[in-house]
Design a protein around this ligand. Structure first.
Ligand SMILES: NC(=O)c1ccc[n+]([C@@H]2O[C@H](COP(=O)([O-])OP(=O)(O)OC[C@H]3O[C@@H](n4cnc5c(N)ncnc54)[C@H](OP(=O)(O)O)[C@@H]3O)[C@@H](O)[C@H]2O)c1
Length: 256
């Protein structure tokens, strides 16, 4: 049995991850700012812990003794809290884990490597979070969902891709959650960045094979294996460079 901390476990994807982990015999721990609401809405067996990502003491307590971390958090769209929440969660979790080297599965988004578009600011902060986790030295998987439940309900197949091809489209929420859970439980998912979509065709059953077929990220490279190259660290905000200096445990292929 694994004790998994879910950051964002009350959200539309995180609660499906919590349900599935419970079903598989891994009762999760969910961090939330509103424990009463979470107790009411999450099934029995889920451990609810109160805390905000911005509170290092609460986060350290939440992370104590866990075997793995899932991150499906996100600031409300349009809130502008992306630096604090979408990105900030990653250095906050790395701080909370200290030297505790456990697998981390981070939900990000398709489109993080594209330039322009309405969601640019959000996606840039998500990419920065991905990049920090990639060089943290932790055994990670980054899962980038397509557009949630966008006309995909009849699609049975989980389709994993790489290279951030935004045109691939929709992903069922349950498919996103299943991919996150399987990434957590599958060794061949480590060190990989995948996009998840829902498509026609038979359901994916060989998760180990599917993750193994994905190209691993290059050690020390900030970007995913098949991504377009992202900005040099020197072009990033000082806060991001400071986090890279503090948390990068893998020798970087980029100058800081
Ligand atoms: N919509 C799409 O098609 C799409 C596609 C790809 C990726 N995404 C990404 O998916 C994310 C949204 O996922 P979702 O729908 O599952 O999320 P959601 O339903 O909006 O839930 C957000 C979660 O984040 C947690 N959270 C936010 N701020 C927090 C803080 N300061 N401290 C602790 N927890 C905090 C919330 O916890 P509490 O409120 O309980 O504290 C909640 O569990 C977004 O970041 C979005 O960019 C969306």
């Amino acid at each position: 049995m694994k004790r998994v901390l879910i950051i964002g476990g009350t959200g539309s994807i995180g609660r499906l991850v919590a349900d599935r982990l419970l079903e598989l015999g891994h009762p999760p721990r969910v961090l939330t700012r509103d424990p009463d609401r979470a107790q009411r809405s999450l099934p029995d067996g889920v451990e609810v812990v109160a805390g905000d990502l911005a509170d290092p003491v609460a986060l350290r307590a939440a992370a104590a003794g866990v075997d793995a971390v899932v991150m499906t958090h996100g600031a409300p769209y349009g809130s502008g809290d992306y630096a604090a929440v979408d990105y900030g969660a990653v250095p906050a979790v790395l701080d909370a884990l200290e030297e505790h080297r456990v697998p981390v599965v981070l939900m990000s988004s398709i489109g993080v490597t594209a330039s322009g578009g309405q969601s640019r600011e959000l996606l840039e902060w998500k990419r920065r979070g991905e990049r920090l986790l990639r060089v943290s030295g932790l055994p990670y998987t980054i899962v980038r969902p397509g557009w949630f439940d966008a006309g995909s309900s009849s699609h049975q197949r989980v389709d994993l891709h790489q290279g951030d091809r935004i045109e691939y489209g929709p992903a069922r929420r349950d498919h996103v959650a299943e991919t996150i859970v399987q990434a957590l439980l599958t060794d061949s998912a480590r060190g990989r960045t995948v996009e998840v979509f829902s498509a026609d065709g038979p359901a994916l059953t060989d998760w180990a094979g599917a993750f193994h077929a994905a190209e691993p990220d290059r050690p020390g490279d900030l970007d995913g294996a098949r991504d377009r190259p992202g900005p040099r660290p020197q072009a990033e905000p000082e806060r991001v460079r400071a986090d890279l200096r503090r948390h990068a445990h893998t020798p970087l292929t980029h100058e800081l």
